[in-house]
Design a protein around this ligand. Structure first.
Ligand code: AMP
Length: 190
């Protein structure tokens, strides 16, 4: 099985691309943001604990996130691998992912970063906020908090995976199909 991590700032197109890639490569797509939103909507215990962080654009604490991710992986061992979208987002999450995958005889195969400049991304998120119903997409201050969280806690992961020769950068600007093709070119060579 393979395990691919999709990186990118909010609005970079991770979710959109994951929809194509999961079909093409028979992968289980795990979006931690989607799983959290599902729990929020259904007002589960996890949703109750995550809500305040999510609504403010802050990261949910690592322990909650890591436990949730492990449960999602364990439920879905029936495909050719995993496509992680929005996880890991901190160094402790990346360490936990390595240890967890090792315990089930897997490892991170590659991480792919969708790169785009911040102005384009903020405009995309505001546009998405008109229809997504997401509180964290509609307010510029919350969007800014998400970028600060990204820069402070998630950006260091690029170095983390580069030192392991597992980071591939992809230009995230273009049509959906163009970007899918760029990602496929990398995945096909793994
Ligand atoms: P996303 O849909 O990936 O933009 O995630 C939306 C929100 O869910 C984030 O702003 C966080 O509050 C929370 N979240 C998603 N993934 C993680 C993660 N790996 N670690 C912590 N919080 C997360």
């Amino acid at each position: 099985m393979i395990a691919i991590v999709l990186f990118g700032k909010p609005g970079a197109g991770k979710g959109t691309q994951a929809e194509f890639l999961k079909e093409k490569y028979n992968l289980t797509h795990i979006s931690t943001g989607d799983v959290f939103r599902y729990n929020l909507k259904n007002d589960t215990d996890l949703g109750k604990q995550a809500r305040v962080y999510m609504d403010n654009g802050e990261l949910v604490p690592d322990e909650l996130t890591i436990n949730m991710l492990k449960a999602e992986v364990e439920k879905n061992m029936d495909k050719a691998g995993f496509l992680f979208d929005g996880f890991p987002r901190t160094i402790p999450q990346a360490d936990a992912l390595d240890a967890f995958l090792k315990s089930i005889n897997l490892e991170v195969t590659a991480t792919v970063g969708l790169e785009a400049n911040d102005d384009v991304l903020v405009a995309r998120i505001l546009e998405r906020g008109k229809t997504s119903g997401r509180a964290d997409d509609q307010d510029e201050a919350k969007i800014r908090t998400r970028y600060e969280e990204y820069n402070e806690k998630t950006a260091p992961l690029i170095e983390f995976y580069k030192t392991q020769d597992k980071y591939y950068a992809v230009d995230g600007i273009g049509t959906v199909a163009e970007v899918t093709q760029r990602l496929s070119n990398i995945i096909d060579k793994l």
